[in-house]
Design a protein around this ligand. Structure first.
Ligand SMILES: Nc1ncnc2c1ncn2[C@@H]1O[C@H](COP(=O)(O)OP(=O)(O)OP(=O)(O)O)[C@@H](O)[C@H]1O
Ligand SMILES: [Mg+2]
Length: 381
């Protein structure tokens, strides 16, 4: 470098020029640990512009609405500045504000090195954006399970019928045992029914659906079970209709509500709460490029998804609770995939958020250049 020693800003600027086009998020900090520059990848990943954060430290309270970093980040910066050796930390959490007023949690490994003239440079290796359902994954296993389910249901009906008949000739104590057989066979049949639902390859019957009706329906059914914690709905009333299969969506939302309630029941926080939110975000797209502008968020303040299964929750038969069959989210994943939609989850103790992104139904009036929907214009294709 040509900059004289001691001129940290010039070194940093030279470094920034070199890092600008790197695909990894890279952030330069000055000697006081304040933001100096973000490369493009960092601006995208942190959803911040250099201009808006320059001169602020990552923990600055004025940044709280847009970025919250783990408390260790300022400490890491100090450690890097004081050390000749680079400092590494894995799985650092960044809580990143989005335009819809919500949050996305992102994790990544942070590699920090001191710059020769003061200041430091941080490269972030993202862990991947939340957890998403497997693309195709477990279909083969499900096909097998589906076949088994079918085979198991028949003899089970026989066992249940036999237990019911036996019961009639038994004394009160033995009746309990017969009842147990009947109840447990019923439980297995319910499980097998769920497995068979995976095998249903018929495409979803998609139509223009008011997603708030779906959410209210799912919420009402769930509240009728009597196991629902306090729920708060926060809807964007101007949301256009979604292009979805309403029944499948009700099923999906119910599965998410049930999981949230179960988690809240397992380790209740002081004020257990499920929040259901909707919002419009024209920038969200499927991998195919199809716009998925309708956002539905289901958030709970429970204990969070256990670390051990966090990466596999959309796989069938992965469960983190006693008596869980691990099919709820696998079915959610299937419905989402069938719709060409997306679901992501961000979870930490005290906050678990499932965000569903759905396609919008075409305007029945057809696209019309002179009649733009000014609140929610269609994103360009
Ligand atoms: N909101 C949540 N908070 C904490 N953990 C969750 C949440 N949602 C899901 N999980 C975890 O993910 C696991 C898988 O969920 P899934 O719905 O697939 O299966 P399950 O609830 O265990 O069983 P099933 O839904 O088939 O009765 C759960 O067992 C739980 O450990
Ligand atoms: Mg479940």
């Amino acid at each position: 470098m040509t900059a004289p020693p001691g001129n940290g800003h010039d070194d940093a600027a030279a470094a920034a020029a070199g890092f600008a086009g790197l695909p990894l998020p890279v952030v330069l900090f000055d000697a006081q640990g304040r933001f100096l520059r973000l490369n493009e990848a960092a601006e995208r990943w942190l959803n911040l512009s250099t201009r808006s954060v320059r001169g602020l430290s990552p923990g600055d309270p004025s940044l709280f609405a847009r970025l919250r970093v783990a408390a260790e980040v300022p400490a890491l910066l100090a450690a890097a500045a004081a050390s000749e050796e680079p400092v590494h930390r894995r799985r650092v959490t960044f809580q990143i504000g989005d335009r819809a007023g919500g949050w996305t949690l992102r994790r990544g490994a942070v590699h920090l090195s001191a710059l020769p003239g003061g200041g430091s440079v941080a490269a972030i290796v993202p862990d991947g954006d939340g957890v998403e359902p497997p693309r195709r994954g477990a279909r083969a296993a499900i096909g097998m399970a589906e076949m088994l389910a079918h085979e198991i249901k028949n003899p089970l009906a026989g066992i249940r019928g036999a237990a019911q008949l036996l019961r009639q000739g038994l004394g009160p104590e033995d009746r309990d045992l017969a009842d147990l057989i009947v109840a447990e066979s019923r439980r297995i049949v319910a499980l097998m029914d769920q497995v068979e639902r995976f095998g249903d390859t018929s495409p979803p019957r998609r139509g223009a659906v008011n997603i708030h009706d779906v959410l209210d329906r799912a919420r009402r059914i769930f509240e009728l079970t009597g196991r629902a914690p306090r729920m708060v709905s926060d809807y964007d009333p101007s949301l256009p209709p979604a292009l979805v299969d309403a029944d499948a969506m009700v099923q999906l939302v119910q599965n998410l509500l049930r999981n949230a309630a179960e988690a809240l029941g397992r380790a209740p926080p002081p004020d257990p709460l499920i929040r259901i939110r909707t919002a419009y975000d024209g920038t969200v797209r499927a991998d195919t490029g199809e716009p998925l502008p309708l956002q539905v968020e289901i958030e709970d303040n429970g204990p969070g998804i256990p670390d051990a299964i966090a990466d596999q929750i959309f796989e069938p038969f992965v469960s983190g609770r006693e008596n869980g069959t691990g099919l709820g989210l696998a079915l959610v994943g299937k419905i989402v995939t069938d719709h060409g939609a997306r679901i992501r989850v961000d979870s930490q103790p005290g906050r678990t958020l499932f965000r569903l992104s759905l396609p919008r139904a075409p305007d029945p009036r057809g696209p019309h250049p002179h009649r733009p929907d000014s609140r929610h214009p269609e994103p360009p294709r």
